[in-house]
Design a protein around this ligand. Structure first.
Ligand SMILES: CC(C)(COP(=O)(O)OP(=O)(O)OC[C@H]1O[C@@H](n2cnc3c(N)ncnc32)[C@H](O)[C@@H]1OP(=O)(O)O)[C@@H](O)C(=O)NCCC(=O)NCCS
Length: 167
């Protein structure tokens, strides 16, 4: 049984930092590497409309996390726009946990905090990520050529995805 809750800086920071490192190794994320202390600091100081949700087996291991952030901080006219991400431990993938993080965490949070448009860029070769977001209702709405620096001196294409949340 999976439980979804707001991230706790003490309990969850090491697990989140470890999962980010796993996804970096898999080349599935553009996130930087963070120490547990840096992650703790980040979660502790999240702006009021930003949130990180964690999925855990009840009384058991960490399974993954999802985040929602205000996407454009410079404009009141874009304050309904959010940016999101989802990361699941390899052993827990394809068991509906990403979906549960959204149903119990991200979607209710968006409704409560006035996020109506969600969007983000995802690496173009991340098929599982694209299928996952399409299963939530997102659509591919753009293509960025060579958006992401690929560490080996190359630049990687990315896909832009979006979802308009109906009331
Ligand atoms: C993408 C990711 C978050 C999906 O999480 P998940 O918990 O495995 O996804 P779910 O089990 O909730 O899947 C929900 C639906 O998404 C789609 N989906 C998820 N993984 C898929 C895959 N590997 N292939 C095809 N469709 C997939 C399916 O429609 C699935 O429904 P179904 O199992 O009933 O067919 C997970 O694979 C992951 O953490 N990947 C590495 C990090 C990453 O790429 N994150 C996305 C960019 S932020």
């Amino acid at each position: 049984m999976i439980q979804v809750a707001r991230a706790d800086p003490i309990r969850d920071s090491q697990d989140i930092a470890t999962l980010i490192q796993i996804c970096r190794t898999e080349k599935k994320t553009v996130l930087n590497e963070y120490t547990a202390d840096e992650e703790r600091e980040y979660i502790t100081n999240l702006p009021p409309r930003d949130a990180v949700f964690v999925a855990r087996v009840i009384d058991g291991p960490f399974a993954g996390f999802a985040s929602i952030n205000k996407r454009y901080r410079h404009s009141e006219r874009l304050k309904h726009c959010g940016e999101t991400g989802t990361w699941i431990m390899p052993a827990f993938r394809r068991q509906g946990i990403g979906k549960v993080l959204w149903e119990k965490g991200i979607f209710p949070w968006c409704q409560k905090h006035g996020f109506k448009h969600l969007g983000f860029s995802i690496l173009a070769d991340n098929r599982e990520g694209i299928y996952f977001y399409e299963s939530l209702g997102f659509r591919v709405c753009g293509y960025h050529r060579k958006l992401v620096y690929g560490y080996e001196g190359t630049f990687i294409d990315a896909i832009e995805m979006e979802l308009w949340l109906q009331k």
